[in-house]
Design a protein around this ligand. Structure first.
Ligand code: GLU
Length: 500
């Protein structure tokens, strides 16, 4: 049977990168086995609904190249795929559980439950307390009927058996055994007509014929209840795989937005503007990450291929992925490694692609340059860039004559006789016919020999004339791209401006 998997986010805010990883692993698993990938929106908790979150989730996954066969945005034979649009479907399933004696009505008010919590520490609505509370297990059938008919507030709770062992078989954790006496009688349905996450999730996974539930470890504590619900309904449960958490770069807790703010990296795929507070959270896309690099980095946070290979495109990930190689322990998020991946992908981009990007950045700065020059320059500096935007920082001096000169470099490299050397060197350049990097190197070499000078006497000073500081690629490459006329202009300007 071909697997059917789903990514089932709740639209309560932007999608955390841990959620993107969950979607990615589902996708890799489904694609490898020729199965189906489904996007289901779990929005039964109306109180936590955030406008724009669903669109954000869809756009994020699209950016990552995670494609869906069915879902809220693409449709499909098992729709609707948004739980609020399936609202009418759930009550009948709650009724089935009531009828089979696996669920019951509870009428306790919030105040009554609050009171219980105050008087009993560790109060739980469960097999040890339910017979003292206000529910259809303790009331007469006629009283229950009357309470419901007269519009009283109620919820439907799962009747968790006392003292039984439930086994969750998990692809990553193995057999997880839990005694039911530790579980509470979770609310499955509310009198506002909405199911809770637990009921809707199980009903939908069943109706959508989901074969594998691959989700974050924070849902592991819910899994025993889910296993029980499948049993109550007499349905076959899907297979489970609970993915380990993404951890803070420093310390052991779960990676949170606060860590990103504190350490200066995004924890969301795309930029997010909170609709209530207008607070802006940065995103990987807007920070200049290349989507395949971001995906590659996420894939390796928790899964290891068992080889030294680190660079995988999506097709390679699909071919190599396996749940068996997802570790049990959490993975520390490493923002530096994220940059490393971006750098690797940037280096794999062609000079032409990068040159065009550089040409666009230059244009935004009001500088027109021809494509050949931009491509040439991009090729010279790309090894120094992590992000496309770094190309400009690394190369702006190719396109602009320096308007300031680094004081520290002047102090160290501009001696009393430097201006004279530069003037003489410029004469030599002026007489050159081809201004190629090789010819420039030759010219400099013969200048040094003729004048009995060492490299140190002129190279750093010449760089200062050309770029205004001590950075940049091979000097002859810079001169050649800048061209003879402009080289001479820069040397003259430096001689006039730099005073020691
Ligand atoms: N709606 C849940 C979430 O927001 C889905 C959990 C699951 O995959 O079962 O993560």
């Amino acid at each position: 049977m071909k697997p059917r998997v789903r990514f089932a986010p709740s639209p309560t805010g932007p999608l955390h990168i841990g959620g993107v990883r969950t979607a990615l692993y589902n996708y890799l698993f489904a694609r490898q086995l020729g199965g189906s990938m489904i996007l289901r929106i779990e929005d039964t908790d109306q109180g936590r609904f955030v406008p724009g979150a669903e669109e954000y989730i869809i756009e994020s996954l699209q950016w990552c190249g995670i494609q869906f066969d069915e879902g809220v945005h693409v449709g499909g034979p098992f729709g609707p795929y948004r739980q609020s649009d399936r609202k009418e479907m759930y009550k009948q399933y709650a009724d089935i559980l009531i009828e089979s004696g696996n669920a019951y009505y509870a009428f306790d008010t919030a105040e009554e439950l609050e009171e219980m919590r105050k008087t009993q520490s560790n109060f739980q609505y469960d097999s040890s307390t339910r017979l003292e509370l206000n529910n259809s297990l303790t009331l007469l059938a006629s009283e229950v009927k009357e309470l419901i008919e007269s519009g009283n507030h109620y919820v439907i709770r799962a009747l968790i058996p006392a003292d039984e062992e439930v086994v969750v078989v998990d692809h990553i954790r193995g057999e997880v055994k839990v005694n039911t006496s530790t579980l509470d009688d979770k609310v499955l349905f509310k009198s506002d007509g909405m199911p809770t996450y637990h009921l809707a999730n199980i009903v939908d996974d069943h109706l959508m014929e989901i074969t594998h539930v691959i989700r974050g470890e924070e849902w592991l504590p819910s899994a025993p209840l889910h296993v029980l619900l499948y049993r109550f309904f007499g349905w076959q449960a899907p297979e489970f795989a609970h993915l380990p958490l993404l951890l803070k770069p420093d310390g052991n807790g779960k990676l949170s937005k606060r860590d990103g703010d504190r350490l200066g990296f995004p924890v969301f795929p795309l930029r997010w503007v909170d609709p209530k507070t207008n607070e802006i959270s940065s995103g990987y896309r807007e920070s200049g990450y290349i989507a395949p690099a971001f995906v590659n980095m996420l894939a390796l946070l928790g899964w290891n291929p068992g080889t030294e290979q680190e660079i995988f495109d999506m097709d390679e990930l699909i071919a190599a992925f396996s749940l068996d190689r997802v570790g049990k322990s959490g993975s520390k998020f490493d923002p530096e490694k994220a940059k490393w991946f971006n750098q690797q992908y940037l280096r794999m981009m062609s000079d032409i692609e990068l040159g065009k990007a550089l040409q666009n950045i230059a244009r935004e700065k009001g500088i027109e340059t021809d494509e050949d020059t931009a491509v040439n320059v991009a090729g010279l500096v790309k090894d120094r860039a992590v992000f496309v935007k770094d190309l400009w920082e690394q190369s702006s001096f190719f396109f602009q004559i320096p308007d300031a000169y680094d004081e520290a470099v002047i102090k160290k490299r501009w001696k009393a006789d430097t201006a004279a050397h530069m003037a003489k060197l410029a004469e030599g350049f002026e007489a050159m016919k081809t201004f190629s990097p090789e010819a420039i190197d030759e010219e400099i070499k013969s200048f040094l020999t003729e004048n009995e000078l060492g490299m140190g006497a002129i190279m750093n000073a010449l760089r200062l004339c050309m770029v205004g500081g001590g950075m940049g690629p091979h000097l002859a490459d810079i001169l050649s791209v800048v061209g003879k006329e402009n080289t001479l202009l820069r040397i003259r300007k430096a001689i006039e401006t730099i005073k020691t």
